[in-house]
Ligand binder design. Structure first.
Ligand code: HEM
Length: 410
């Protein structure tokens, strides 16, 4: 399909009802809410891989402890990555609805399969977690864990296909009508980009490696975690992170080579910023490879910075891919809806901030105490604040509904 027809098609596929506030707000939210999603994807995949590898060496007490701990990290991580995937999903389907829905419909069977594979993968991982206790844990559960991880990797691949197919609107019609016949089965995977998917997988090693170093620092105040075990975890974390960052550099290069020339990715400053940052991160891990006690939080923060750059880079790339088809989110029709936007902001900033702050602070502090944990004044204040803001939210939400209903029916 030529560029002008494709541009027309994209415009027609946008929601004719428009969006309720400035598109830039949705774009910023999309980029920044995707960061926590990918961080938990990365931590979970890394923890699952290392948890399984450590399981095969469980006769050694350090590996056995690590296997149990990382199995648990992946169990919690997957539940968080799913929850945290919802926000960017809402934003991407608001400003990039033609891409997201076309891609989903073209591979609909895979989208539906995604739910099932994620569910059975998680059930398998959960069973592995329930049985993975002590050096005497039965060997067969390893395969349950392998199955769980394989499903998570497949799901990451499906997510990648959905994002990637959306970048090629000029091909949608030919994918929909192969050989001139309409194919409504949705069973095909029409396009994928191995280096791009591989980059996100390698990123799992980097982020997880940093997480493991921080894990070693975090538990140093607990008497039931031997210093030798924490040193072991930190040293392993550094090795994993260095491998991941190196792989990321190589895969980024392959990815850039694979991007079509008309996208002009090589001349974009974000490309070079990301590449330079990866080298800085690699150097930071390398310098901290032998003696990294107390550096975990700094390295983790630097790695989160890398995830933020990756998120911006993904968006820059999407804008460049869609540019030849005149797709610019700034042209999206806006029908301002101030009350719902205000409620949305209140929800995300006040309720979300307090609730998120409360949970993160509580978990952080409780984990550093052996045995029962008693909340201090800060945690209590945050807890009360999040409860109060939720109560106000419910009253405002239901109250607005009743008010509108009365106004329309009065
Ligand atoms: C084990 C499960 C999952 C894995 C491993 C995973 C992994 C990924 C990866 C690697 C990407 C980047 C793809 C690319 O840019 O090429 C991605 C994007 C994304 N994921 Fe996930 N994901 C998972 C589950 C979910 C779930 C359950 C949701 C929603 C509730 C979700 C929402 C998203 C969204 C919205 C994007 C961005 C799509 C876009 O930019 O158009 N993910 N995910």
């Amino acid at each position: 399909m030529d560029a002008a027809t494709t541009a027309n098609m994209l415009q027609t596929m946008q929601d004719q009802a428009g969006i309720p506030s400035h598109p830039l707000i949705f774009q910023i939210l999309m980029v920044f809410t995707w960061i926590p999603h990918i961080l938990f994807v990365n931590i979970s995949l890394g923890a699952a891989l290392v948890g399984l590898y450590a399981f095969t060496k469980r006769q050694d007490p350090n590996w056995q402890l690590l296997s149990e701990a990382m199995t648990k990290v992946a169990k919690v991580g997957v539940s968080l990555l799913v929850v945290l995937g919802v926000a960017p999903l809402l934003f991407t389907q608001t400003i990039y609805d033609p891409s997201w829905y076309a891609s989903n419909v073209l591979s609909a069977a895979w989208v539906i399969g995604f739910i099932f594979t994620l569910t059975i993968g998680y059930l398998a991982w959960f069973t592995f977690y329930l049985k993975n206790h002590g050096a005497q844990a039965p060997g067969w559960i390893f395969w349950l864990g392998v199955f769980g991880l394989a499903m998570f990797l497949l799901d990451g691949f499906i997510m990648h296909v959905l994002a990637y197919q959306g970048l090629h609107p000029e091909k949608w019609l030919s994918w929909y009508t192969p050989g001139g016949h309409v194919d409504m089965s949705g069973t095909a995977i029409h396009a994928f980009e191995l280096p791009r998917w591989g980059f996100f997988m390698a990123m799992s090693l980097t982020i997880f490696g940093a997480f493991l170093i921080a894990y070693g620092d975090y538990f140093k105040v607990r008497a039931d975690r031997a210093p030798a075990y924490l040193d072991f975890a930190r040293a392993l974390g550094a090795k994993i992170a260095i491998t991941g960052a190196l792989l990321q550099v190589v895969l980024l290069l392959w990815w850039l080579i694979d991007v079509p020339a008309q996208v002009h990715v090589w001349t974009h400053p974000m490309t070079w910023l990301l590449a330079a940052y990866l080298f800085v991160l690699l150097a930071a891990f390398w310098l901290a490879r032998s003696n990294n006690a107390g550096q975990g939080y700094r390295l983790l923060a630097m790695s989160i910075g890398m995830a933020a750059l990756v998120s911006i880079f993904r968006e820059v790339l999407r804008m460049a891919y869609l540019h030849p088809f005149n797709y610019d989110i700034l042209n999206y029709k806006v029908l301002w809806d101030i009350p719902s936007f205000a409620l949305f902001l209140f929800t995300i900033v006040v309720v979300g901030g307090l609730m998120g702050g409360f949970i993160i602070t509580l978990v952080y502090k409780a984990g550093r105490v052996q045995g029962p944990y008693e909340a201090d004044a800060t945690v209590t204040k945050l807890g009360n604040g999040s409860l109060a803001s939720t109560a106000i939210w419910v009253v405002v939400f239901i109250g607005t509904g009743i008010w509108i209903w009365l106004r329309n029916n009065g």
